[in-house]
Design a protein around this ligand. Sequence first.
Ligand SMILES: Cc1cc2nc3c(=O)[nH]c(=O)nc-3n(C[C@H](O)[C@H](O)[C@H](O)COP(=O)(O)OP(=O)(O)OC[C@H]3O[C@@H](n4cnc5c(N)ncnc54)[C@H](O)[C@@H]3O)c2cc1C
Length: 337
Amino acid sequence: MKVKHNTSLKSFNTFGIDVNARTFIKAASLKDLKDALKQNYSEDLFILGGGSNMLLTRDINATVLHIDIKGKEVLEVSEDHVLIRVNAGENWHDVVLWTLENNWGGFENLSLIPGNIGTTPIQNIGAYGVEIKDNLVSVKAIDIQTLEEVEFNNEDCEFGYRDSVFKNKYKGKYIITSVNFRLTTKNHKLSTNYGAIQEVFKQKGVSNPSVKDISNAVIEIRQQKLPDPKILGNSGSFFKNPVVSIEKLTELQRIHPEIPFYKISEKEVKIPAGWLIESVGLKGYREGDAGVHKNQALVLVNYGAATGHEILSLSKKVQKKILKHFQIELQPEVNIF
Ligand SMILES: Cc1cc2nc3c(=O)[nH]c(=O)nc-3n(C[C@H](O)[C@H](O)[C@H](O)COP(=O)(O)OP(=O)(O)OC[C@H]3O[C@@H](n4cnc5c(N)ncnc54)[C@H](O)[C@@H]3O)c2cc1C
């Protein structure tokens, strides 16, 4: 177990915000994790995975526990499925590539999402019509107070849109240590309805796509659309796409007949937050080193030396303008500390 004091977190968050951690512990094994919890359980703990879903607005006056437990294994192979266990510190995209090498299906649409395995269930990561809940069997975690090891099945996780029990009633109570997934080994259930994926297949003449073809298309689209955090600090979509009632949509359509939406139930639709931000003229807007990305308005970026406060204040400006213009309250998808 490695312990450091007063250390910068700049390289541990994809926004590249330079704040300090009072104490920084890297837990590379379950034993490290338990030892750290035994020593620090009464103190404030700040759990860190890949740092790709957080905006740090202040020094972290607590023990930052970086979950770096590596390892993955095949638990079971059946007629057309495989059951795998992956430890929390594995990088998500590396795991996606490993499954594709084996021609297992399920993760292809979620290619190139940054972050670690242990965090994937927390916000039920999703992209291009697929969410982690679709292939997740169970989650193992440690109770921070009692050090008891517990297992949650898919239903226990109460998954929703970018949401789970770990963001709600169990927030701050558990540290996720590993996740089990079931993937297909044949008869893959492909999800290729998204226009952008269809467009890539058309260009490349792909008519009978494999899971690898889908992953390649998703990677190509994401590389064109989203800024690479290694080059331009960001945390992906800063806001969730708002869900509104059909009545509210009808009201909006009177003034904005072109408003895009996706039906999610008989009563509700989801509106792309990026479209709303673009419509109020904030795409590409910049205040110092804090900005709204020039190609994807849903992404706030750090051009170099922005502080967490500056990004937060920009995000509030965006929220205020959307509220005034559309009477819609945008909610952050990113965790703000
Ligand atoms: C360029 C870019 C694109 C993105 N695209 C998408 C996308 O398409 N879809 C999507 O869903 N997300 C996307 N994201 C967001 C992000 O990648 C995911 O939310 C990811 O799962 C975060 O993982 P992380 O390990 O980096 O989490 P972190 O930022 O380290 O942590 C996030 C939260 O989880 C807590 N936490 C971390 N590890 C654990 C653990 N083991 N146990 C308990 N709590 C823990 C932290 O305390 C924090 O509150 C994108 C981000 C970027 C930068």
